[in-house]
Design a protein around this ligand. Structure first.
Ligand SMILES: Cc1ncc(COP(=O)(O)O)c(C=O)c1O
Length: 362
């Protein structure tokens, strides 16, 4: 190992898909945008296909084309309207697209190609989606074009992970908005990783799930989750030094040592997606013990306290995941909390151009 490994555990990913399939009888649409939340899109899509997944959601046309290059037999959903200049690619690569603007629907309708569309309603997220009072007009508009097939109607929840009541209110708006429509042959989807744990509304028959598929439970209700984290990050000790009381290490002299310390360096930094704000609260694991970060995270290296420990250069350092004896763990939630951010941001920032991604089966 030179710098470190991003281990992605295929078995855990399969387990999560099976677990989610048992949790809901809705079709699973696995969200693989942003390089499958930093896990690597290729193996993720292939493994999900082997587990019976048919639907995949992406954020960009390029992601959609990449997923299409993996299989012709799956369905791909673009989660928002692309630029009109990209329309042809939707048709060529057989990509379903989300729609919500009259002008965009007209551009699709006036094209020579045929398109599958999912009409998105804004039920509180206020990001993209048509307002409920525009729904009937847009529904009619889609129906008026022979080259447009309405495949689904959807919405997206803004506070599914924190507020069950407001999410239920969004569901109510959604149901009222589509109440006059024959939904018999349509995909009706709204859920994400959080709402899948409590939204039992029967109207929905598909769920778009990202974070949970990668093993992270996110719910405002108390559930005994059996999800297993898919990613672990390990690196190695690359340098050991003794520093004296009163000295400091790394940029900014951010921490002055209160006593003499043995300090290790590991070759991972914010250039690999390990976030800068991990110091001062962050930790790593060496020899089944937590070691606190002892200076600012730099672009390529971090420093941590190994005082009193018997360690050598090349000993393994766990950045994310469980210790060798499985007694302690650093989770994505921990790293997100040190950085005052969310699990999604930490995962999607992890880069596999300097760390090696290794696919493991167990
Ligand atoms: C429109 C949409 N649907 C579903 C998801 C999946 O969310 P989660 O990762 O919380 O499951 C996302 C995530 O960003 C999204 O933007």
């Amino acid at each position: 190992m030179d710098r470190g490994y991003i281990y992605v555990n295929k078995n855990n990913f399969r387990h999560n898909i099976d677990y989610l399939n048992n949790l809901t009888d809705r079709e699973l649409c696995i969200v693989v945008k942003a390089n499958a939340y930093g896990h690597g899109i290729d193996w993720t899509v292939n493994t999900a296909i082997d587990s019976g997944v048919v639907w995949f959601a992406v954020a960009t046309i390029d992601e959609a084309i990449l997923v299409r290059s993996i299989s012709d037999d799956i369905r791909i959903l673009l989660l928002s309207e692309p630029a009109v200049s990209e329309l042809e690619k939707l048709a060529i690569h057989n990509i379903d697209t989300t729609v919500y603007n009259e002008t965009f629907i007209e551009a699709l309708g006036e094209s020579q190609h045929s398109f599958n569309v999912h009409l998105k309603i804004d039920t509180g997220m206020h990001r993209v989606g048509c307002s409920p009072d525009k729904f009937d007009m847009l529904y009619e508009k889609i129906s008026s074009f022979n080259n447009l097939a309405l495949e689904g109607i959807c919405t997206h929840f803004p506070v599914a992970d924190t507020d069950e009541r407001q999410t239920n209110h969004s569901v109510k708006i959604f149901k009222e908005t589509i109440s006059a429509v024959d939904i018999e042959n349509l995909l009706i989807h709204a859920d994400n990783s959080a709402s899948i744990t409590y939204n039992n509304e029967k109207i929905f028959n598909m769920t778009r799930v990202g974070l949970a598929a990668y093993g992270h439970s996110i719910s405002p209700v108390s559930i005994a989750s059996e999800l297993k984290p898919v990613m672990e990050i390990k690196t190695r000790i690359s340098n050991i030094q003794i520093r004296k009381k009163g000295e400091s290490v790394s940029y900014g002299k951010a921490l002055i040592l209160e006593k003499d310390a043995l300090i290790a360096t590991a070759p991972i930094g914010y250039g690999d997606g390990y976030p800068w704000n991990s110091f001062p609260d962050g930790k790593v694991i060496v020899n089944n013990k937590f070691c606190r970060l002892i200076g600012r995270v730099t672009m390529d290296q971090i420093l941590f306290d190994i005082t009193g420990m018997e360690v050598e250069i090349n000993d393994e350092v766990t950045i994310l995941g469980v210790s060798l004896d499985s007694s302690i763990e650093i989770s994505i939630k921990d790293i997100a909390e040190w950085n005052n951010t969310i699990e999604w941001e930490i995962l999607t920032n992890i880069k596999d151009n300097r760390l090696n991604r290794v696919e493991i089966e167990n």
